[in-house]
Design a protein around this ligand. Sequence first.
Ligand SMILES: [Zn+2]
Length: 67
Amino acid sequence: MVDTLPEKPVCLYCKEDSAALPLIQLHYQDTVFWICPQHLPILIHKPALLTGMLPGAEYLQQAEHHD
Ligand SMILES: [Zn+2]
């Protein structure tokens, strides 16, 4: 049996690792993802942009923005 090492955490959007940026851990569908503060707003406001990077992102509701 081969143990696969966990992948080095990188921002799911820009692929920068924690040497370059602080990364925020996400738990989604029993999987851990990482995102940097620069791209966290995308997850909140434009999750559809993460389609292909985060499974099911196209189904996430974007946060309502009230001015
Ligand atoms: Zn990023």
